[in-house]
Design a protein. Structure first.
Length: 354
């Protein structure tokens, strides 16, 4: 009887907007026959990122792809690791004979170290190994001293964690993500000059053990040979990686609590793109909304409009045609503090009707 080897797992971490999802989509689009399962760790009941990932071409039918994307919807992985993560991993372990690799995308709030430590559990350790923790860094943001493309949104989320009481939490979270890395991707390097890149490289290198490699370039263009097959066995040495999180919880049990965050979803009728954007801008200003994600139905347009907003900044593009069995509705996830779904929905509906 053939003994199954350990299933390699790549954990992709980094701030909101750093390029994590772009990197995962790149891997899936260029899987070259690899059978890959994806765990998407993201806020929101609709699993927007999961739907985007399912659209990638991974050498199987859409029906098969659905079974390979697992979405954890309760926020940061280090919080849900005992509730959702373990059952998902147990299912994947049972199917590991049909898989070649697992990819995990953490949320921008997740601390990588507790997740890697979960792979020390006997039920997982005997079947899986962490091939590498890949930390994606937004090079222009680091050069600017903000560390994240959307520092206000990330810092606002971070400050609501009652377990953290640091003077510069955003900078320390950046260092903690680097502390757990086996590979660092300096993304968007074409957007800064040579001197800026040299400064970023030096700053990142100062936070890394000598054995950790740094690669530069666009996350969506790196060879898969650089990203997969590193064989780091991160779970074996993660305990020796010191983080600010460890120092804060020295002598006490870490007990994360992100209950201050609400994730609500709304459904809206078709509306013009201009009306919808104006309504969203207004509701973001009135409520403590950190992020908006979802799809919109625009009258007369045969394709869905993909929306992703951080604070008052919105990116949008038409991603694919509406399918025949789909209701032409706008469906959005709103993430923030003290959000009342009924109130927000009512305000958006009134704005669109007006």
């Amino acid at each position: 009887m053939k003994t199954l080897s350990k299933l390699p797992v790549t954990i992709v971490t980094g701030f909101l907007g750093s390029g994590k999802t772009t990197l995962l989509r790149h891997i899936l689009d260029n899987a070259a026959g690899r059978r890959i399962a994806v765990i998407v760790n993201e806020f929101g009941e609709l699993g927007i990122d999961g739907e985007l990932l399912r659209q990638c071409s991974i050498g199987c039918s859409a029906e098969e792809a659905v079974g390979r994307v697992f979405e954890l919807a309760n926020g940061c992985l280090c919080c849900t690791v005992q509730e959702e993560f373990f059952p998902v991993m147990r299912e994947l372990v049972e199917r590991r004979g049909t898989l070649d690799h697992i990819l995990i995308e953490t949320s921008g709030l997740a601390l990588p170290k507790p997740l890697v430590q979960a792979f020390q559990w006997p039920e997982i350790r005997n079947a899986c190994t962490v091939d590498a923790v890949v930390t994606v860094v937004d090079a222009p943001a680091v050069a600017a001293g903000t560390f994240a493309a959307y520092p206000e949104a990330v810092d606002a989320q971070r400050r609501q964690d009652p377990n953290l009481d640091h003077e510069s939490p955003l900078h320390e979270l950046f260092e903690d993500q680097l502390a757990s890395a086996d590979l660092v991707v300096l993304n968007k390097t074409d957007l800064i000059d040579h001197a800026g890149l040299e400064g970023v490289r030096a700053q990142v290198s100062a936070e890394l053990p000598p054995a950790v490699k740094i690669v530069e370039g666009r996350a969506g263009q790196l060879p898969l040979e650089v990203l997969l097959g590193l064989g780091a066995e991160a779970e074996a040495h993660i305990d020796g990686r010191q983080t600010h999180h460890d120092q804060h919880h020295e002598g006490e049990e870490a007990d994360h609590d992100h209950d201050a965050f609400d994730s609500v979803w709304v459904e809206l009728p078709e509306a013009s793109e201009a009306s919808l954007m104006a309504a969203l801008q207004a509701v973001v200003q009135r409520h403590a909304i950190l992020r908006v994600k979802g799809f919109a139905a625009i009258p007369g347009k045969p394709m869905r409009l993909l929306l992703q907003g951080v604070g008052s900044r919105f990116d949008r593009h038409f991603d694919r045609p509406w399918q025949g069995n789909e209701a032409r509705l706008t469906r959005l996830v709103l993430i923030g503090q003290d959000l009342d779904g009924a109130t927000v929905t009512a305000e958006l509906t009134r704005a669109l009707q007006g």
